[in-house]
Design a protein around this ligand. Structure first.
Ligand SMILES: *Cc1c(COP(=O)(O)O)cnc(C)c1O
Length: 239
């Protein structure tokens, strides 16, 4: 078995154990394999090990990989699913709308409108999560929790988007209780929005270092990169 296949198996075991620990049904958490900085051959190894959903942070790199892997699905009825999880520049919304199935990082009304306008008519509506800034630092991406309800209503009203839920990247913490406390705040905001009548089904939270805490607090998608593909060498996409 390849290293990536072994890592995938270990990550899936961690998720299943946390689902069990939280009393949640097996399979209630989807694993999004974050393949940023890794080439199509690494993604293909993961596909061959059964992984179908991938997350990308850089638009051009992601589109190149989507194209390279277009024929890589294991069986004809199984499609790969591509999630954009990086910061969105307003001049890069079109390739996101044209190539991805999901976007986790909508934090502004204007970005949402552009994505909806640019989503091709032949594709299903683009699945959207609103990124919320739960740690409250001005430097961090994400809508303020107090703005989330208005933004969610605006996204839900757009014809070519399908609002699915919230995404968050809390400050990295080593302590499980501190990790859980941050994820709990995202979960509470999610519950508030649902109580306001928004039909949300997705909480995108948890990465390699804190996926167990996220699952214990209700994550439905965990975004895991280095625990599957190994350490990354960072690069910046040319603008
Ligand atoms: C890179 C990235 C991840 C994966 O992080 P790991 O620590 O490698 O698991 C998850 N979410 C987002 C938004 C990222 O940018």
């Amino acid at each position: 078995m390849s290293r990536i296949a072994q890592n995938l198996q270990a990550v899936l075991q961690t998720i299943v154990a946390a689902e069990h620990e939280a009393g949640r049904a097996p399979g209630s958490v989807q694993l999004l394999a974050v393949s940023k900085t890794f080439g199509p051959e690494a993604v293909l190894e993961a596909v061959q090990a059964g992984q179908l959903a991938f997350g990308e942070n850089y638009v051009q790199e992601g589109v190149d990989k989507i194209r390279a892997l277009a024929a890589a699905t294991p069986t004809p009825d199984q499609a790969l699913e591509w999630h954009f999880i990086g910061p969105i520049q307003s001049n890069k919304t079109r390739p996101i709308a044209e190539h991805f199935d999901w976007v986790h990082t909508v934090e502004r009304d204007k970005t949402a409108r552009r994505l909806s306008d640019q989503r091709p008519a032949g594709l299903a509506p683009l699945n959207v999560c609103i990124q919320v800034n739960i740690s409250g630092e001005a430097s961090k991406s994400g809508a303020a929790p107090g703005e989330a309800l208005a933004l969610a209503r605006a996204v839900a009203a757009l014809p070519r988007l399908r609002l699915r839920g919230l995404m968050a990247i809390p400050e990295p913490e080593h302590d499980l209780d501190q990790q859980r406390a941050a994820f709990r705040r995202v979960r509470e905001l999610y519950d508030t929005l649902r109580a306001e009548g928004l039909a949300l089904d997705t909480l995108s939270m948890g990465m390699s270092g804190d996926m167990r805490a996220a699952v214990l607090e209700g994550a439905t998608i965990v975004r895991v990169g280095s625990a599957i593909f190994g350490a990354r060498t960072y690069h910046k996409e040319p603008q």
